[in-house]
Ligand binder design. Structure first.
Ligand SMILES: *Cc1c(COP(=O)(O)O)cnc(C)c1O
Length: 377
């Protein structure tokens, strides 16, 4: 079937089928298909090696389960009236993972410049509701390392709150200090879903400088079993199977080249759109370029841009619009005070446009996108 779009929003690249067949034969010969087999072990170690910083890593079946595990192991089980601070301008899996652990999200507003969770908004909430807040669930929004990370760490230390960082779309992205995402907070999680810059179709990982935390996550994701296969704690199945782990090992090879390809697209867009008055996220240039997100001067301009892209058969998005507190589930279930004062979130989400970035994007695709946006003027 032909793609409805000339330029789809996502075009993941995978290792050649021949390589995957080779891995499959190897897995077949070993008769180990899952349960933290040799490929998974190798992939975990390779991920740790890529991230450096002495980090420990375990894989997960997907990013959501990685987040669920991280929340459980860092904050413990939630209870009625316990909240995690998190922004509404992120992916829905973030508060969902909190809720499955028995917490509720308390939405902090974002910073108008960085579109990342704002530490000053969090400070205001902590002053009024400290007793109810169990921790900080901090996304690196759109896979971009938050420029406020140091400020969050100071705030967390001051209020004695742990931080779990969701870097789902940011495997390969850097913080402003030049360190790779993965080493901050109690742990950072990644997603390897087909939509992310580093993908194995479905998968995820948790990185931490605390080896015990990583061990605990592995146990949780394996039904809470101890070495005797006795259930020591409430667990579930969050294991990554051998075939996707093998694909991950292949994907790590050449990842830096694919990132360089994505960076070129980013630079072409940035050059073309900066002069048209669009604004980008600070530190986006040091990210793995999940997509190209820009903020229009007005919501009307945003509509015109999206209309033109659609007409040119370019698939665009507007992450994260609507922000989470406008989704029906949260409208129905959140306390008013959790969601009432999010002016920057409402403003930015109404003016946002996300453009496609692919690993190997042909020049004519890039030009098509740039022309479709520029035509609005
Ligand atoms: C993609 C994403 C997730 C979910 O990851 P899956 O692997 O799809 O489960 C969680 N959080 C954020 C911020 C994401 O972008």
């Amino acid at each position: 079937m032909l793609d409805e779009y000339l330029v789809p929003f996502i075009r993941p690249s995978f290792p050649p089928a021949g390589q995957i067949v080779h891995d499959l034969k190897e897995i077949e010969a070993s008769n180990r298909f899952s349960n933290y087999g040799p490929k998974e072990l190798q992939f975990s170690l390779a991920l740790a090696d890529f991230l450096g910083q002495g980090l420990h890593v375990t894989t997960s079946a997907n990013g959501t389960l990685a987040l669920l595990s991280a929340i459980q192991c860092v904050f413990g089980e939630g209870a009625h009236g316990k909240y995690l601070l998190t922004p509404s301008f992120t992916f829905i899996a973030v508060p969902q993972a909190a809720i499955w652990n028995g917490y509720r999200p308390w939405f902090v507003d974002i910073d108008l410049i960085s579109w990342q969770a704002s530490p000053s908004s969090a400070r205001r909430i902590l002053k009024s509701g400290r007793g109810a807040i169990a921790g900080i669930l901090l996304p690196n929004v759109l896979g971009v390392g938050s420029p406020h990370i140091r400020e969050w760490e100071l705030l967390a230390a001051e209020w004695e709150l742990p931080i779990v960082i969701d870097s789902a779309a940011g495997f390969g992205s850097f913080y402003e200090d030049g360190s790779l995402l993965g080493g901050r907070g109690s742990c950072e999680i990644f997603s390897f879903h087909a939509t992310k810059p580093f993908t194995i179709a479905e998968g995820g990982a948790i990185a931490s400088n605390n080896p015990n935390l990583v061990k605990e996550v592995r146990q949780l994701q394996n039904f809470g079993f101890d070495e005797m296969r006795l259930c020591e704690r409430l667990g579930f199945n969050g294991k990554l199977a051998e075939i996707p782990a093998a694909i991950g090992l292949r994907q790590l090879q050449g990842f830096k080249d694919r990132l360089a390809g994505r960076r070129k697209v980013f630079e072409s867009y940035a050059k073309a759109f900066a002069s048209l008055g669009f604004r980008f996220q600070p530190n986006a240039e040091a990210s793995s370029h999940f997509c190209f997100t820009m903020c229009c001067e007005t919501a009307e301009l945003k509509s015109a841009v999206l209309f033109n892209l659609e007409r040119a058969r370019v698939q665009a998005r507007d992450y994260y619009n609507p922000p989470l507190h406008h989704h029906p589930y949260f409208v129905a279930n959140a306390d008013q005070e959790q969601i009432s004062c999010l002016p920057a979130t409402d403003d930015i989400s109404s003016r946002i446009v996300s453009l496609p970035i692919h690993d190997h994007m042909p020049a004519h695709d890039i030009e098509l996108v740039i022309e479709a946006v520029s035509e609005v003027f």
